[in-house]
Ligand binder design. Sequence first.
Ligand SMILES: [Zn+2]
Ligand SMILES: [Zn+2]
Length: 305
Amino acid sequence: MAPNIEYPYMPPGRFLKYASPDDPFMVAAARARAEQASDALYPVGAAMVVGGAMVARAGNGFNRGAGKVHVCPRIVLDVPSGTGYELCDLHDPTGHAERMLLQVAREAGIDPAGSDVYLYGHWWACEPCWSALIEAGVRDLYVTDDAHERFAREKVYGETLTPGVKSVYIAGPITNVEDFESQKRFYEALGEAAEQVGCRSCIPHRDSGETQWAHDENKAADVFAWATGAVRDCDVVAADVSVPSLGTGGELVEATREGKHIVLLSKRGSRVSAFVRGNPSVVYHIEYIDEADAARQLRNVLRQL
Ligand SMILES: [Zn+2]
Ligand SMILES: [Zn+2]
């Protein structure tokens, strides 16, 4: 019944075994994927079975648990497949589900020798993982019988690289900018980038209703109320922090108080305050070359949130 599939790697004399996605041990591996895999991009779970009983579970991304935001620089920078591994170590083979499973089992005093391993979330195992499994004396490695389709890269990315966030507030200096016209165009380009991945954008100069509001002394209280309210209404604050701005700094603190994600953008070479970079709500800091690069990177960040 084994489908005729070309595997990127298979150790000599070994082969994968197949189980239905409904197999109880596969369901256990799926649960490990949902709860324990911290690689939000390509989550994989694994379960170890000894003598007909499930004895250990683990997820990839070093088994740190699901639900953590990981904005992968390799995706942000459109790094070609198979390169740029130095940019992010979350996906390192030492943190793969198979290796973590062996570690979890050993820490619990379980000898993996003679066990079977069920993998849910991937359709093959890499060379370092196979070597570790063989060395540990694991008997068989199971994937789902439809794994090569269910967990094909494009299929998985189609699910994981879709924004879960719905709206983005575009923050940045307004009062102390030399060329407000080109700065406005930049904010609009960032808003457009957000909209291209299905997010609503909120841009102060465009959406506050009055283009000159920031410069009108009588409107100062309205400016504060509008901007803080708009930050609260969005899921993400994307802030250009290339040039210091008191208002932007305030908006970022408001975003943190409200539990929003923050994406910083700064032109390469500009110096950004440590207070801003150290904000725990910052999920990614984009350093851009030009407007188009900033927009492209912002799109790739939002796809991962
Ligand atoms: Zn990564
Ligand atoms: Zn692996």
